[in-house]
Design a protein around this ligand. Sequence first.
Ligand SMILES: [Zn+2]
Length: 308
Amino acid sequence: MDKLRVLAADVGGTNIRAAWVDDLGNMGDERRIQADLSRDDVGEADLIRILADFFQAYLDDIPGIQAIGLGFPGFFLGDSGVLAASPNLPQLLDVALAEQLSNMLSLPVLVQNDALCAALGEQRFGAAKGEANLLHITLGTGVGGGLILHHQAYTGESGMAMEFGHLRVQTGVSARRCGCGGLGCVEAYASSTAIQAIYAELKGETLTTKVIYQRACEGDAVARRVFEEAGASLGQAIAEAVKLLDIHTLTISGGLLGAWDILHPALMQALNQHLISPLKGKVKVLPSTLNDAAGILGAAAMALAECD
Ligand SMILES: [Zn+2]
């Protein structure tokens, strides 16, 4: 029982998921609770109480936990564990999440942006194991990004680095409106929300991304084109990011990975088309090997590093 184990958790839109993780990346005793944290009546004290109660119950049942890592949808200042702001919880600003939880639970608590956690997970346990530099992209209802430079998570000066989903890939009157209010963001083309909306506009049917993908496989040319254009938009945005960062390894996780066989060729073609010559052919874009565990394993990686 001397084995190093940490508690890792991932806060989603409607639920919180937790499991223990050891230093080899093994996971166990996974638990979930329903918690709609996007309600506007959730205050700072409510948030802390929901998280602390969930973790305390876990710690009471599972012995030997030495630290806690948490992935949270919001902007964090460096590795301070201070939630600067969260799109899901606009009423909360500058919440010392890690410090308050640590005081209540009497354990080290590390908190970071969820997409950045996914990047840390891929780097320690997944498709980018051992890479010093990594740009990780999450493709779900939105498009997120996490950046690791020289083995360090990079958050920017206000916690808002790698708003990859809002890189602009289209301009002009036909550019699509993004949830952020901007026009032509990659998220307006390459998120599952966008794929469903674009398909509905073209075919008059609102379907899940999974069904649209099945249709693409069965020969629906419109469905295929929607995924190819999503891939091309991603490739274009990745090219812009690579021009800035000169990073050669990217990983992608999230629900849209199910359409990888259509997304990836379109993505690579657009990427190499938009890259400057010396970088063409040098950039690899890999599917996550951790899938929906990337975030939780990255949260664990932060907590494990604290114990090393
Ligand atoms: Zn946007």
